[in-house]
Design a protein around this ligand. Structure first.
Ligand SMILES: NC(=O)c1ccc[n+]([C@@H]2O[C@H](COP(=O)([O-])OP(=O)(O)OC[C@H]3O[C@@H](n4cnc5c(N)ncnc54)[C@H](O)[C@@H]3O)[C@@H](O)[C@H]2O)c1
Ligand SMILES: [Zn+2]
Length: 354
């Protein structure tokens, strides 16, 4: 990720976890590193990470909190601040985030705020964290009034991705992460789209080469977009493809959908809107739905209430203070940001999900 003096490496390699130590040594000036993780990932990978860091002469401590979005809050952060201070961290110490997007966001926020900011290393262990949350520097927690409302931009010094860690992940979480990979293909990369279509079995089997390929390509796309627009003033918005409607569907909580499943349906609806506006031909929504379905992602939602989704979108817009904006596909690998979309078209596309 090219950000001048704050540039950092995103390393993707199957089996790279035991070699984190040397890389961390190059990336941070710390002597002490607090490994922040959750109580599901910790028992699986914290020992290996500790061992790798100690081999490189770091002093380490493992700080763990209960897994899940419900713990992405200020109480958890407060406990972690305390743990870091008790570990004797100073301005030149570092935090390593070991886990999914929840750990990455929480540990990133701790690193952003502790002693006005310490170095951060991201060691993601879910596909969503590999391709999305670990890269780009967004950190934060939830507030009773809404998700992700409190936070800071704090870029990591290193992102160290071992796709082998996905072998212990719930397959439904893997599928959910694939939705974000398909998102990158639609917004930026027709070759990635083809690759996903042709190599579906290898990807589903978590084949090492296939995972390096799709995670590496996704991170490269995110890195380019973040480098061009670090704080989401412009171009970075295209990363929200499928998320305008997807977030609303997710918030309405139709049978505890995963984020990626809601985004899958959000992309289906967005492509339908684009098609109905004449921005793309009917082939695009068809091929996109085919690929999503091939990966076991939902492309319809019986019982969806279009009015509730639209009301929720208006609520989200208000909370984020923006104009109504849609990221719509023009071709596979290309999107346009459209400021105002006729509400009837939006309703029609949501109804089509039924
Ligand atoms: N900062 C960003 O730019 C950004 C971007 C997208 C999403 N997010 C955030 O990411 C979060 C979602 O992340 P997520 O989907 O990774 O959820 P998560 O972190 O809750 O992980 C899902 C579950 O999988 C477990 N897990 C993680 N890795 C595992 C592994 N290798 N083996 C077995 N179990 C494992 C976790 O303990 C958890 O129970 C949300 O809070 C969202 O707001 C942030
Ligand atoms: Zn997303």
């Amino acid at each position: 990720v090219e950000l001048g003096p704050r540039s950092y490496e995103v390393h993707v390699e199957a089996g790279c976890l035991p070699r984190l130590g040397e890389a961390a040594k190059r990336a941070v000036r710390a002597h002490k590193i607090a490994i922040i993780t959750d109580d599901v990932v910790g028992p699986l990978y914290a020992a290996a990470v500790e061992c790798a860091l100690r081999e490189a002469a770091f002093e380490t401590a493992v700080l763990s909190f209960p897994a899940g979005e419900a713990f992405k809050n200020i109480a958890t952060v407060n406990t972690l601040w305390e743990g870091c201070l008790q570990f004797g961290m100073d301005r030149s110490s570092a935090v390593a985030a070991l886990g999914g997007g929840v750990v990455g966001d929480v540990a990133g926020f701790v690193a952003a705020t502790l002693l006005r900011g310490v170095d951060l290393v991201q060691v993601p262990t879910t596909l969503l964290a590999d391709v999305d949350s670990s890269v780009g520097g967004k950190t934060g927690i939830d507030h009773p009034l809404g998700k992700n409302l409190i936070g800071a931009f704090h870029q990591p010094r290193l992102v160290w991705i071992d796709p082998q860690a996905l072998r212990t992940l719930d397959p439904r979480d893997v599928r959910s992460g694939i939705a974000e990979v398909i998102k990158y293909a639609i917004i930026r990369d027709p070759y990635l789209f083809e690759y996903l279509a042709v190599n579906r079995d290898a990807v589903v089997a978590l084949d090492a080469d296939a995972m390096e390929q799709i995670i590496g390509t996704s991170c490269q796309i995110k890195a380019e977009i973040v480098a061009a627009d670090e704080t989401e003033a412009g171009q970075r918005r295209i990363l929200n493809y499928g998320h305008t409607i997807g977030h609303a569907i997710e918030a309405l909580d139709y049978g505890r959908l995963r984020h990626g499943e809601a985004v899958s349906m959000g992309m289906v609806a967005a492509a339908q809107i684009a098609c109905n506006m004449g921005l793309c031909d009917a082939e695009l929504p068809r091929r996109q739905a085919e690929l999503l379905a091939a990966y076991g992602l939902p492309v319809s939602l019986p019982g969806i209430d279009a009015d509730a989704v639209i009301a929720r979108m208006a609520h989200d817009k208000k909370a984020h203070g923006g104009k109504p904006r849609f990221v719509l596909p023009v071709a596979i690998g290309q999107v346009a940001v459209v400021e105002v979309v006729d509400e009837a078209l939006v309703r029609e596309a949501i109804k089509a999900l039924m």
